[in-house]
Design a protein around this ligand. Sequence first.
Ligand SMILES: [Fe+2]
Length: 262
Amino acid sequence: MMKSSAHLMRAMRNISKSLNYKNKRFYGAASQGDHIFRQLFDIRTFTYTYLIADKTSKDAVLIDPVLEQTDRDESILKQLGLNLIYAINTHVHADHVTGSGELKKRFRNCQSVISKASNAKADIHLENLNSLPFGSTALEARNTPGHTNGCMTFVWHDGEMAFTGDALLIRGCGRTDFQEGNSETLYNSVHSQILSLPKNWLLYPGHDYTGQSVTTVEEELINNPRLRQPIKDFVKFMEELKLPYPREIERALPLNMVCGLQ
Ligand SMILES: [Fe+2]
């Protein structure tokens, strides 16, 4: 009896540790502490969309919504009683059309957000280190060019995590062979703005093609086969990538310059 109750106590301690509740850490889907966090996936384009909300004010943001998933996003927001105030794009996407314009039609308080450097149409244009407040929390916008000129990474300090768009992918990175891509710039952006965050912080990418959902700064410093190399090797590796042209680029690029709406 003594042994089984000690075993139970130990198991409960382990569960509480894995939830990391005190540190407000979040994984694939969580509703903890003061915030709600969801990682959503578009299976057609392998795109992640992130929902973060303040439980008290009900203010919510979506990062990188996909046009074809607008019904899903609307349902979740409404079911959770949330007020969408920002539809944010990490950059002008070439592989899918953004849902930000359609979301604005359905949520009247919603404003579209993208970097000033993207030259795309939006209600709010962010510059480096601008803060995007919602409820009692905020996202910090960091310029991370290289995949495109206008790429931004959004650092959520309260959640101890960052949303890297296509600058950093799990064990990879965004391509640099079109949309003003530059591999040297990308290398410097990722190392100075993302991999300089605390080692235990979580990194959530814009896509994943291998079934993974999240990584950490430390994991990528050690295991990212591209970015752990010296810069000259990284540049050579990126030059030698022979990637197919994105299937939807002709449709996606012009639409994404205007919030995904014609
Ligand atoms: Fe991209």
